[in-house]
Design a protein. Structure first.
Length: 168
């Protein structure tokens, strides 16, 4: 079962014509017909009366139509909700700091900024330096900013913490 088969089914229901529906779906008529046949094979019954012009639904097709409409509606709604959840998560400031910086610097720094500006949702990730750097470099965007420094006399790794929700 493929998502596009449902869209094809509804396009044919709306147009009543294989050629017109294929054109609306931007495929050739033979390819469109094969996809409709594949859907009917999957369902196990003919969904259209092909002898009539315009093409009409069989009784099984009439019963299947609301199911197809609801499935498409719910799939598109689910995709939109997932995208919205991702957008909401992206709006968080996600900081990665080493344990030492968390205890010595970050808490006071964050409280000072909260007094100056509304920062919104914040996620704090504290771990060792390597893990923090890996999280910052991750293409999945686990953190928005990294603050780290070496305990050596001369700092070898430092990155300021930008105050914006976007990555780098």
């Amino acid at each position: 079962m493929e998502f596009i088969w449902l869209e094809d089914f509804l396009a044919l229901v709306d147009s009543g014509n294989f050629s017109r529906a294929a054109e609306l779906r931007h495929v050739t008529q033979p390819a469109f017909s094969r996809r409709i046949r594949a859907l009917e094979d999957w369902v196990g019954v003919d969904l259209f009366e092909r002898d009539s012009h315009p093409v009409t639904l069989t009784e099984a097709g009439h019963r299947f139509r609301p199911v197809a409409e609801e499935l498409l509606r719910r799939l598109l709604q689910g995709r939109e909700e997932a995208r919205q959840a991702d957008h909401n998560a992206a709006a968080k400031l996600k900081f990665a700091v080493t344990h030492a910086l968390l205890l010595k610097f970050f808490s006071a720094w964050l409280h000072a900024w909260e007094a100056k500006a509304e920062l919104g949702a914040i996620h704090l990730f504290a771990d060792n330096l390597q893990t923090c750097e890996n999280a910052y470099a991750s293409p999945r965007g686990r953190v928005s900013a990294l603050s780290s420094s070496s305990s050596r006399t001369k700092p070898t790794r430092t990155r300021p913490i930008p105050l914006c929700p976007s990555r780098r």
